[in-house]
Ligand binder design. Structure first.
Ligand SMILES: [Mg+2]
Length: 222
């Protein structure tokens, strides 16, 4: 094993907390009274939209166009331009860097044994900036980001492009992430070993080679 590919959101950075704080701040800017239930609606709708991206039914650009209009429609919030809100939300999200427990320790351990690369479906500058602010950038040798590769996990093309840069064969790499579809299924189909970060206790629904429930457990499998 030479290379560890690692997901960012909900694997290294706590997307739930990052997006909660970003949504609350943007609501303040737009004078929208914010309550926790609104975030739950965001999280559910947003997760569904990212699954559509994984299936190839939606693009990231299109998600940014429609996301908040869909959410505000469901919440009954009127008179807010979802595209403008998205820009404001992103202003906060781009600099949000709440870490998942054990992220430093896990990356410190992995980076001493393997080359560690990020593999993420997201805007490129946003992920690098958030990793830098979290102090995790120093462990990462390369970033494979869907926006730059013009392909998303779990597509074969995403891995084709990553491996053409890495110059190793897929069985010399392992993918670690929290998404059964984007992280585990795609990597497994491409011939990588897989580690499912099952923080939400879903069970090994994707048939990963290893399952961990806390990041620190990575030391027992890699
Ligand atoms: Mg993730």
């Amino acid at each position: 094993m030479k290379v560890v590919l690692i997901d960012v959101d909900n694997t290294l950075l706590d997307f739930k907390l990052c997006s909660f704080h970003s949504m609350r701040s943007a609501c303040e800017d737009f004078s929208i009274p914010f309550e926790k239930g609104m975030f739950d609606a965001f999280y559910r709708i947003n997760t569904g939209l990212w699954h559509e991206i994984e299936k190839g039914d939606l693009t990231v650009e299109k998600l940014f166009e429609i996301r908040w209009n869909v959410i505000f429609k469901e919440l009954g919030v009127k008179g807010v331009d979802g595209v403008e809100f998205e820009k404001d939300f992103h202003k906060y999200l781009n600099v949000s860097a709440v870490k998942v427990e054990g992220a430093d320790d896990a990356l410190d351990y992995l980076s001493k044994k393997y080359e560690v690369c990020v593999a993420s479906n997201a805007p490129a500058r946003q992920q690098q900036e958030r990793m830098r602010r979290a102090g995790l950038d120093k462990y990462i040798s390369r970033y494979f980001i869907s926006e730059e590769l013009k392909a998303s996990k779990p597509d074969k093309e995403f891995f084709d492009k990553a491996f053409s840069t890495l110059n190793i064969s897929p069985n010399e790499a392992v993918m670690l992430g929290d998404s059964p579809t984007a992280d585990v299924a795609g990597a497994k189909a491409y011939g990588l070993k897989t580690v499912f970060f099952d923080a939400e206790n879903a069970g090994n629904i994707a048939g990963a080679d290893f399952v961990i429930k806390k990041l620190v457990e990575i030391k027992t499998v890699l």
